[in-house]
Design a protein. Structure first.
Length: 134
């Protein structure tokens, strides 16, 4: 009886510990090949491949803005068929805002971050009705 119990515990431990290593791709599609990547640091990528965001080019934060330790992370975003907006924070608590027009964005030209005044002014001028949640 004791041996059966030990074998049961051993098999149960193996089954539960193996679940720790399972990882499903939970990246969220933002349309037109853009994905929100939940993994830390969270970011927005573009993928030409139909790989559901498993691999791609970093868009937000822009690769020119990311420090070596990749401390910038997307803390809020919203999207529609035409735009993606995002808010990032780095390890110094510096906040940056981003606006990406899906149809005209070129990977070769990195996005430039904005301060909140410039960001909300452009949203108003272009009549973009997206809201950063959080």
């Amino acid at each position: 009886m004791k041996l059966k119990f030990i074998i049961y515990l051993f098999i149960t431990a193996i089954v539960f510990s193996s679940c720790v290593f399972m990882h499903s791709n939970d990246n969220k599609s933002l349309g037109d090949g853009y994905y929100y990547v939940y993994d830390k640091p969270s970011s927005i990528i573009y993928s030409k491949e139909n790989n559901k965001g498993r691999d791609g080019t970093l868009v937000i934060p822009s690769s020119t803005e990311v420090t070596v330790d990749y401390s910038s992370t997307v803390i809020s975003y919203d999207t529609n068929q035409k735009y993606i907006i995002a808010k990032t924070k780095d390890n110094k608590q510096s906040i940056k805002y981003w606006l990406l027009e899906k149809s005209s964005y070129k990977i070769e030209i990195p996005l430039k971050p904005m301060d909140s005044i410039q960001f909300y002014k452009i949203l108003s001028e272009k009549n973009i009705n997206l809201i950063l949640k959080k």
